[in-house]
Write a protein that binds this ligand. Structure first.
Ligand SMILES: NC(=O)c1ccc[n+]([C@@H]2O[C@H](COP(=O)([O-])OP(=O)(O)OC[C@H]3O[C@@H](n4cnc5c(N)ncnc54)[C@H](O)[C@@H]3O)[C@@H](O)[C@H]2O)c1
Length: 256
């Protein structure tokens, strides 16, 4: 367990999958969590799982729209009476499509949510962190942000960008006591993104992830909790000398 007393975290994409696991883990460590997501129903279900009475709150927000991000930030700080000192930019989308079949709209939407969302939330939160003397930012990248992968043009572009933003922000914000790191998950099961990818892979004649796990050195798919554990560590003081890093959590599938 880490000492998270006084930590207040915004977690985007927190209604399901990896974001939900991160929110649950941070709450378990004593952190107060604001859940941000587009999916109002699942957001409320996750809030109920976190439990009442600890200051946790939930806000419907599309991270790709700066105005709704500003509104969610205002509601969050009003609910807490103070600003967050942790931001987890986790919300993301992706569809299997190559340069031959991705549509311009799909390309734009992927960049708007994954890259624009990371920008919008950081843009709104960082000034308060700086004013308060520091904080931690975790950006959800992917091993697809380290190597071009088949049928993943827009998604790879977005995740490479997130790693670049992580490094750039880490340099610019270090003097303000703000550490910025990225996590690069491998093939993570039990998320909507995984279910959707399996359906899309089948349409392309490829096997589902479960049938490809023999390719992973640790011989299993990742779970959302595997990612949440690493996020918890990066936020903690145990990682106080780490910034600008993009940590692979892939069971050995990707090592660079
Ligand atoms: N599942 C994997 O194998 C895998 C691998 C590498 C990276 N990732 C990354 O992990 C993150 C979480 O993905 P997941 O696998 O948990 O998928 P998921 O689909 O289960 O969860 C994504 C969440 O983000 C929310 N969301 C989507 N667009 C949003 C928007 N515009 N504004 C606010 N919320 C929005 C969704 O409602 C959902 O709750 C993503 O950034 C994804 O790219 C996932």
């Amino acid at each position: 367990m880490y000492n998270y007393a006084g930590k207040q975290a915004i977690v985007t994409g927190a209604a399901s999958g990896i974001g939900k696991a991160i929110a649950l883990r941070l709450s378990k460590e004593g952190c107060t969590v604001a859940l941000w997501d587009m999916d109002a129903d699942r957001l409320q279900a996750t809030l109920r799982e976190l439990g009442e009475g600890r200051g946790h709150c939930a806000h419907v927000v599309d991270v790709s729209h700066l105005d709704t991000v500003k509104a969610a930030f205002a509601s969050t700080t009003k609910a807490w009476g103070s600003a967050p000192n942790v931001l987890v930019n986790n919300a993301g989308i992706g569809r299997l499509a190559s340069i031959l079949d991705v549509t311009p709209d799909e390309f734009d939407r992927t960049l708007d949510v994954n890259v624009g969302g990371t920008f919008n939330c950081s843009h709104v939160v960082v000034p308060c962190m700086r004013e308060n003397g520091g904080g931690q930012i975790i950006n959800m990248a992917s091993w697809f942000g380290k190597s071009g992968r088949p049928n993943s043009l827009a998604y790879c572009a977005s995740k490479f960008a997130i790693i670049g933003m992580t490094q750039s922000m880490a340099i610019d914000l270090a003097a303000h006591g703000i550490r910025v790191n990225a996590v690069c998950p491998g093939t993570i099961d039990n998320t909507d993104m995984r279910k959707q990818a399996d359906v899309e892979a089948a349409a392309l004649g490829s096997p589902p992830a479960a049938e490809r796990q023999h390719l992973i050195p640790l011989k299993r798919l990742g779970q959302p909790e595997d990612i949440a554990r690493v996020v918890a560590f990066l936020i903690s003081d145990e990682a106080s000398y780490m910034t600008g890093q993009s940590i692979n959590v892939t069971g050995g599938l990707w090592m660079n």
